[in-house]
Design a binder for this molecule. Structure first.
Ligand SMILES: Nc1ncnc2c1ncn2[C@@H]1O[C@H](COP(=O)(O)OP(=O)(O)O)[C@@H](O)[C@H]1O
Ligand SMILES: [Mg+2]
Length: 225
């Protein structure tokens, strides 16, 4: 469903992605694992059109995303939860979740349908619903960013280091939400980054390793099991 072909991205003159190639199969959950600075965030930002590739292609169901402006990518059914959340601080948690629906000009019925799914998958949102994003903890913000990604991502959901900095209890509810999402909408593919494969082991169908801007082989240390 998603295919990256020899993707090259330069930031400030440095080659940050050096020919990234991989595929997210239909309905699959793919974990993209790599240490800090490996290129995980840049890969997701390139898919969202937030950095322009020097070369290579990103295909969504065969369609070259280069032809689609960044602000139109949510219309393709791609939802994104960035590493640093990027919520609108003065909006409530629920309004942040509704933002992509508003931006896409969805009708009231479709918006309500999506919101119902989001609450079913991320019930933690209910308690935060009316709180301003500015007053949320980092972990609560991650839950809201997940909910917002689900409101937009009817085909593909991109999650950037969702477990980073989450307290154990919140990490467990986040993982439970991912499992509920799999059950509720098995057709939605996911690409999730992490610095360690352990956190995604129970949900990922496929684990890819990114190292210095390229997809590498499984590191020796994680072959033990
Ligand atoms: N805005 C930026 N300016 C300069 N260098 C950057 C910027 N964003 C990313 N980089 C560099 O690109 C590389 C990959 O970064 P990133 O994709 O954020 O890695 P990861 O998400 O795996 O930690 C790193 O070496 C980082 O220093
Ligand atoms: Mg990152």
């Amino acid at each position: 469903m998603l295919k990256l072909e020899a993707l090259r991205v330069k930031i400030a003159g440095l080659e940050v992605l050096r020919g990234v190639c991989f595929e997210v199969p239909d309905q699959a959950v793919v974990a993209l694992v790599g240490r800090n600075g490996a290129g995980k965030t840049t890969t997701l930002r390139a898919i969202m059109g937030l950095v322009a590739p020097e070369a290579g292609r990103i295909l969504l169901d065969g369609q070259d995303l280069a032809a689609i402006a960044p602000h139109r990518r949510a219309h393709c059914g791609v939802g994104y939860a960035p590493e640093n959340r990027q919520l609108v601080p003065e909006f409530t948690a629920e309004d942040n979740v509704l933002l992509p629906c508003l931006a896409m000009g969805l009708g009231r019925q479709e918006t309500r349908r999506r919101l119902e799914l989001v609450y079913a998958v991320v019930p933690e949102l209910a308690a935060l619903r009316k709180r301003r994003a500015a007053g949320l903890s980092g972990g609560q913000g991650k839950i809201v960013a997940l909910a917002r990604a689900l409101a937009a991502g009817t085909r593909l959901v991109l999650l950037d280091e969702p477990f980073e900095g989450l307290a154990p209890a919140l990490a467990a509810s986040y993982a439970a939400a991912l499992h509920r999402l799999r059950r509720a909408t098995p057709a939605v593919a996911m690409l999730v980054t992490e610095s360690s494969p352990a956190l995604l082991a129970s949900v990922a169908d496929l684990v890819l390793y990114v190292e210095r801007g390229a997809i590498g082989r499984e590191p020796a240390a994680s072959k033990r099991s």
